[in-house]
Design a protein around this ligand. Structure first.
Ligand code: S3P
Length: 428
């Protein structure tokens, strides 16, 4: 049931079924941006239907890129060969990936662009991309030197060797996209491994780059070739169903055509440690991205820990993992202060929300503890405009004794517009 932006989730005994999840959000952004930089026509199928990836397409269209959307996530991108100045500020909506990665594209353009975002994005840190782009020769301005609106005065860039302070695929991608268009070689050394979709996508669009352990190097001045691509299912969307199945007795879920890139699969290890029965079966390779089937069968839960070194690999899945620990077992997460600068403060909002539903949950400065000492009661909870919180609360609600009303549940549409309809179709 949905009234205004409130959705009521009823408890479920189990979830069962076979499904596909939306096209990967991270990969969709990258294919769109690289297609925009290549001169000529690229065709993307399975493009994410979420609001974030629509923001990327709208920004690219405003920069003179031809964009036509068809059914089944088909997007035809006509790269003009040269971007043109936008008539006004670009609106990145709720999408940090759009703003941070586009900053890397814009840093090399011979014009100035301002990017704005919604209330949530306007609170998020941008200095992390401004610093390397400034070192490369662009001029960047933001409110309090850190927050959107973000203005990028593009310039002729030169390569740098850079080590970000925080492990972040968005920073890495902004630097590589700027490096592609810079003179000389740009090298980035990751403080911890992060998703490598940009590296794989750059190769698919014809660029060469070298990886040596944590160090990735790209020679500037390479031209991209248009390409056809099919976006794998998003493992971070699949995570919600994997976790529901892991948490509810009698559940079994199979997810087809889902991305199985190893930099996105740390969740599998964590869930196995929590007691879940998971099978990962790669079947294909799409543009250098492994794709296949994920099957999850309920087998009981035990207490588990997510350590600081594991956090970058499951950063987007931590809200759902907290929900899992309301269904059985317990979770302790540390070293995850990045959660505080996501679409919401995901530590405070998550712990607060789960407590409102009756959970035994405790906030730590850099993480949280949740224990399934009693079943949730259900009740009312606010998603704080954060898509992953809306979906995590819905999964927790499945194990409650009563109904749960989620305010701001519409935020799920940022990455998974059909989330609540799919949830109803999986109820056993
Ligand atoms: C993303 C990287 C991660 C992740 C975000 C998507 C990406 O952010 O949380 O949802 O597509 O590169 P950070 O790079 O800030 O860690």
């Amino acid at each position: 049931m949905s009234v205004a932006d409130q959705t009521v989730v009823r408890p479920a005994r189990a979830v069962r079924g076979t499904l596909r999840v939306p096209g990967d959000k991270s990969i969709s952004h990258r294919y769109a941006m690289l297609a925009a930089l290549a001169r000529g026509r690229s065709t993307i199928t399975g493009y994410s239907g979420g609001g974030d990836c629509a923001s990327t397409l709208a920004c690219l269209a405003a920069l003179g890129v031809g964009i036509a959307r068809g059914p089944d996530g088909r997007v035809v991108v006509d790269g003009p060969g040269r971007l043109r100045p936008a008539a006004g500020p670009l609106d990145a909506g709720n999408s940090g990936s759009t703003m941070r990665m586009l900053a890397g594209v814009l840093a090399a353009q011979p014009f100035t662009t301002t990017m704005v975002g919604d209330a949530s994005l306007s609170r998020r840190p941008m200095r992390r991309v401004m610093t390397p782009l400034t070192l490369m020769g662009a001029r960047c301005e933001a409110a309090e030197g850190d927050r959107p609106p973000l203005t990028i005065h593009g310039a002729a860039l030169h390569g740098i060797a850079y080590t970000p302070e925080v492990p972040s695929a968005q920073i890495k991608s902004a630097v590589l996209l700027a490096g592609l268009q810079a003179s000389g070689t740009t090298t980035i050394t990751e403080p911890a491994p992060t998703r490598d979709h940009t590296e794989r996508a750059l190769r698919w669009f014809g660029a060469s780059l070298t990886s040596d352990g944590p160090r990735i190097a790209i020679v500037g001045g390479q031209t991209l070739q248009p390409a056809d691509c099919r976006v794998p299912g998003d493992p971070s969307a699949a995570a919600f169903w994997a976790i529901a199945a892991a948490g509810l007795p009698g559940s079994a879920i199979t997810i087809e055509d889902v991305g199985l890139n190893p930099t996105r699969l740390a969740l599998v290890d964590v869930l196995r440690r929590a007691g879940a029965d998971l099978t990962v079966a790669p079947t294909d390779d799409w543009q250098g991205e492994p794709v296949g089937q994920l099957r999850i069968v309920h087998r009981g839960l035990r207490a588990f820990e997510v350590t600081p070194d594991e956090v970058p690999g499951v950063i987007d899945e931590l809200p759902a993992l907290a929900a899992l620990a309301t269904l059985g077992g317990a979770i302790r997460v540390t070293g995850a202060s990045e959660l505080r600068v996501k679409e919401s403060d995901r530590i405070t909002a998550l712990v607060d929300g789960l407590r409102r539903l009756g959970a035994d949950a405790e906030e730590l400065p850099d993480g949280f503890v949740v224990q399934a000492t009693r079943p949730l009661t259900g009740g009312s909870v606010d998603a704080h405009g954060d898509h992953r919180l809306a979906m995590a609360f819905a999964i927790a609600a499945l194990g409650a004794t009563g109904e749960t009303a989620i305010t701001g549940a519409g935020a799920a549409a940022v990455s998974y517009p059909a989330f609540f309809a799919t949830l109803d179709s999986l109820r056993a």
